[in-house]
Each structure stands twice: as structure tokens, then as C-alpha cells.
Design a protein. Sequence first.
Length: 220
Amino acid sequence: MIKDWTERFQGTAALPRAVRDRLLKVVRTLKIPAGAQVFGPTNIPDSLLFLYDGRIRVVQSSDTGREIVLYRVDAGESCVLTTACMLAEEAYNAEGIAETDITAIVLPKSAFDRLVAEEETFRKFVFAAYSRRLIDLLRVVDDVAFGHMDVRLAERLLALAGDLKEIAATHQQLASELGTAREVISRILQDFQKREMIGQSRGRIALLDKPALRVLAASA
């Protein structure tokens, strides 16, 4: 049982105590296992999701089945696509997948509407998150249109690995991350392996030379 989820989020933590207490009464907690769909193109959102724990990957698919990762929602964030679709009363045009087991706080649209109208702090929180995510999406468009794929792949490998030296990912998953074809990723990874920057085994990629990958990633 989550005692006071409002402390987890910057926007809700800054609200007056009376408003936070009201929020605690109207929300519900949602748990979704890793790999399950959180939302999809057939859903019109009727509530706002605050991700208390876990991570959601938001992807968009073309008619041919190709996918691109738009962004990720991490613990302590709200999903800006849910906000946008809820405000417009339109269905999602993308899909949210739980990358890990997630715990989300579900705020009904009626309560959301009241908070946006009545509380300036909450309203600023919503639109600041919206602005940040819009900038992220514009960066994705710029990368897909103009970025060098080897540079983008080096950046993504480093981001996915974090402090680890190995990641679990297939060539197709990396292609979806970057909005390109699996064959392109396979060719670049083969080149990275020849240059001894990575090592590959089935479904896993070892980052053997992170400094070299960082130099490449910074060459954009």
C-alpha cells in the first residue's frame, strides 16, 4: 500500500496539503507486469497515469510493421501522450509497453480537469512536462532525418547500458529504438565488432570499449 504517492512527483508534492489529501481519495493504484501493453491505439484515455515505479516504452508503428521508440516514461514522471490525448479526447496514436513491472497512480479525468483549472502549480507541472517531452520528440525527428546511424547507435548502446558493460537486446529491438531496418543495425554492429568496440552473442551485446563508443557518440 502506497501511503502518500503525491510525494513522488514534483508537481503534486508542491500542491497545498488539502489538495493532496483530496487527490489521495480519488486515485487508484494500477499494477502491470513487464511486457504487457499499458495503452494502445484503440484506447481513448479517461485518466492520467503517474508512473510511481518502473518504466514504460512508448512506440509508434507504421503500416508496414516498422517501429520507432518515441520516448520512455520513468518512475516519478507522468505520460505526456496520455495528457495530450485526454485533453483532445482522442485515441492514442502510439503504444505504451511496460519494460519492467510497473506501479501507476491513476487520476480520473474529472479530477484532472479540476486540478488544471484550479491549481496553478499543478497546471505548470503538466505543461512543463508536456514541453520537455515535445522537445524530446523533435529531437527524435531530427535524429531520424539527419543523424548518422552509427553515431546514433553508439549513443543508444551507451544509454541502454548505463553503468553496465552488457545489454540484452536483439538487432530488431535496436532497429525499433532508432527507427531503421534491422539490416542496417546488423551491418553497423558488425563494423563495431570488427573495431573491437563491442562483442555479440545471441540476444546480448557487450560494450568492450566504452571510451571509443563515447568518442563516436560525441562526433555528431
